[in-house]
Design a protein around this ligand. Structure first.
Ligand SMILES: Cc1ncc(COP(=O)(O)O)c(C=O)c1O
Length: 393
């Protein structure tokens, strides 16, 4: 399940060579990649604007860009937004600008693209520090060691791409504000899935407007980064930021000046995605929640550990013996279950396993098939036991 050629797609089933599998590795959480309304939005916009604007954004912005930023700013409840093609472009170009020759303080398990952005910042003269994953007290200690008055950027993930859990953003934001550090949060997996006013019955909250609103936080001293390439199935990414910073990045962040922009098809699917989100997004998230709960409940009944405590649709299943990973991969592939394998050294040995992502486009039958396969897997291979979860938590 690495570097596979996918020959055909039918709904959430994919064909790899002669094998049909259900795709549990997709990040298309809302299923918009397969939504007829979203697909139908592409041809009319391409007819008006051609396939690709080709100008860098500084050179010329097709009007749909402005509409996207306006609608996104309203959805997020942010002061302003700036869109660029990918989050990777954003981290590599914006983290160095925000860190300057000061300090960048990174969650030790932050996504690799954050790390790469921090490494570029270090190359330009910033000092790099790390704090233990999800450990606010350790962040506070690191910040206390930095001389007052120096420029400090704290970079971390929102909804974690492996555990499916969200950090306690309120505490992180409070510590950063107290130390006058700018907090920079990558919510690639939360945007479109989590949103404002969560409750125990609806832990995802409403509108999918990302982790800041989900936590009831503000954008004071906080820059949110997110992307459309997961829940919205489109190639575009954004920063939520104050207008003065947006204006500065227009001349200081190289992708705005020099990179090719997102294709017109992506602009069309983002705009159609906003429409669908407004009318049907909360219903899609209810489906997603129901399917995710079914899988989490099944793992619980099997006594199998997953780090997921949030109920968000990212479910990692760590193995008891890291060396089983190849055999587990073969077993799942043969049973028609396509997952993301997390092998050593991509993850530490005690986290070797696989990750399942549920999407609104998976059917209930597919979920039941998955649960059966997980039962069989648990009989054949030792998995970490749920009791260990409590000890780990
Ligand atoms: C947390 C996180 N950040 C960034 C990225 C990269 O996003 P993009 O494809 O927009 O560069 C990913 C993709 O997997 C991710 O999971």
């Amino acid at each position: 399940m690495y570097d596979a050629t996918v020959d055909e797609v039918r709904g959430r089933r994919i064909r790899v060579g002669g094998q049909w599998l259900v795709d549990w590795a997709s990040c298309n959480y809302l299923g918009l990649d397969l939504d007829p309304e979203v697909m139908a939005a592409i041809p009319p916009l391409v007819e008006r604007w051609g396939t690709h604007p080709s100008w860098s954004r500084l050179l010329g912005n097709p009007r749909p860009y402005l509409e996207i930023e306006e609608r996104l700013t309203e959805l997020l409840g942010a002061p302003d937004t700036l869109v660029l093609p990918t989050i990777t472009h954003i981290h590599m170009s914006v983290i160095p600008v925000l860190a300057g020759t000061g300090h960048v303080v990174m969650d030790a398990q932050a996504h690799k693209t954050i790390y790469d952005g921090c490494a570029v910042a270090r190359g330009r003269g910033a000092t790099m520090h790390r704090f233990r994953a999800d450990d606010v007290e350790h962040l506070e200690e690191v910040l206390a060691g930095i001389p007052a008055g120096e420029q400090v950027l704290v970079a971390m993930d929102g909804v974690n791409s492996m555990t499916g859990n969200a950090p306690d953003l309120v505490r992180f934001a409070e510590v950063c504000r107290r130390h006058d550090a700018l907090l920079y949060v990558d919510d690639a997996h939360g945007f479109g899935v989590v949103g404002e006013s969560p409750t125990a019955a609806n832990p995802y909250g409403l509108r999918g407007n990302s982790i800041v609103r989900h936590a009831g936080e503000t954008y004071d001293n906080l820059v949110l980064v997110g992307g459309f390439s997961k829940a919205y199935s489109s190639l575009l990414a954004f920063l939520a930021l104050p207008t003065w910073l947006k204006d500065h990045l227009k001349v200081a962040a190289p992708p705005y000046l020099y990179s090719g922009p997102s294709p017109t098809a992506s602009l069309a699917t983002v705009l159609a995605g906003f429409d669908v989100n407004e009318r049907r997004g909360d219903a899609l998230r209810q489906d997603l929640l129901r399917r995710t709960r079914r899988v989490l409940g099944h793992l619980d009944a099997l006594g199998v550990r997953t780090p997921n405590r949030s109920g968000f649709p990212i479910i990692e299943v760590p193995l008891a013996r890291a060396e089983d990973i190849d055999a587990v991969g073969d077993f799942l592939f043969d049973r028609g279950v396509y997952v993301t394998l997390a092998a050593y050294p991509l993850v530490p040995r005690d986290q070797v396993g696989f990750r399942v992502q549920t999407t609104a486009a998976n059917t209930d039958e597919e979920v039941e098939e998955l649960c059966e396969t997980l039962s069989e897997l648990a009989r054949r291979f030792p998995l970490q036991e749920a009791e260990q979860q409590d000890a780990a938590a």
